[in-house]
Design a protein. Structure first.
Length: 308
């Protein structure tokens, strides 16, 4: 049951993040989408994988040490997902505050990664590390390295945002700082839960559910405040002939046409409501009906249809 809830959280978060990139034209939201996809990929592969493997191997009566060795090695195979998520996290820092970092983000990412790996190699050769790569010690080693890297990249993300956020206007800066704070708090919760999640007993499944939920909180906060931070997609080269064709073909009402015109101008739902003197919910209802009539599901597709 908990696995199903975790799957539901992952799917809902991914769909919501995808909805962002089909509504707002921003590099940050694209980076955020890929960050969430790779985060949940690792969560399934690196956390649920060992637990499920323990259950499967236990059913065929293998020795306990073999089961532990296999289960504890599985998270290593999820490392590629983690590495991509950390790259996205650094890129998110720059793109959230509108800074074109170019190759700078990749440079920062690899510099920190090499520094941490160099420190680990140094410890391995100069300190007694007998048993680091076996049994429970392997799990503890993985957790330790993961915590250092995860915490380090999150601090880099927050530092980049706070360094450049002075360029944002006051309302945007407040929202962005709160988002970063939610991301940091989510990480703290994950780092507390992580050692228990890797241990494997099904009695700790609820803690894994918490691990999955952590990234949903900042995502939901961003959804509530997205219109105040990001500019919606708009028709850069609207074709009046195409618009009229769409209006006639799909029997778009007069009010719905007004909504379409406002969407093409790149206005948010609240701005449309203020312009047309209707409620925010009414705008959402009209927009839903427009999408249903045309057979689309996003602002992006509507904009693409009316662009010349």
């Amino acid at each position: 049951m908990v696995f199903i809830f975790c799957t539901a959280i992952a799917v809902a978060s991914t769909l919501l993040a995808h909805q962002f990139i089909t509504t707002y034209n921003t590099e940050f939201l694209r980076n955020y989408f890929y960050y969430l996809v790779t985060f949940f990929a690792f969560a399934f592969y690196g956390i649920w994988g060992p637990i499920i493997m323990r259950v499967l191997l236990s059913s065929i009566a293998l020795e306990n040490e073999i089961i532990k060795a296999v289960a504890n090695f599985l998270p290593v195979l999820g490392v590629p997902f983690l590495m991509i998520s950390w790259i996205m996290l650094v890129k998110m820092g720059f793109s959230l505050v509108g800074v074109n970092a170019g190759n700078k983000a990749i440079g920062i990412y690899f510099t920190f990664l090499v520094a941490v790996l160099t420190a680990i190699v140094g410890i391995y050769f100069f300190v007694d590390t007998t048993g680091w790569l076996f049994g429970e010690q392997l799990r503890n080693t993985e957790i330790g390295i993961f915590i250092v890297l995860e915490l380090g990249y999150m601090i880099l993300f927050a530092t980049i945002v706070w360094k450049y956020s002075k360029k944002q206007d006051r309302s945007h800066q407040k929202i962005i700082n709160r988002f970063v704070l939610f991301m940091l708090l989510a990480l703290v919760v994950r780092l507390v839960v992580l050692p228990f999640a890797f241990s494997g007993p099904w009695s700790l499944a609820a803690l894994i559910l918490v691990y999955f939920m952590t990234n949903f909180v900042p995502l939901f906060f961003l959804k509530v405040n997205a219109d105040m931070v990001f500019v919606p997609l708009h028709a850069e080269h609207p074709n009046e002939g195409k618009k009229e064709y769409i209006f006639e073909k799909y029997q778009i009402s007069k009010r719905e046409r007004e909504i379409v015109e406002q969407i093409c101008l790149g206005k948010t739902n609240q701005q449309i409501a203020d312009t047309l003197f209707i409620s925010h919910q009414t705008v959402k209802d009209h927009t839903h009906r427009i999408y249903t009539k045309i057979g689309i599901n996003s602002r992006m597709k509507l904009v693409q249809m009316v662009n010349g």
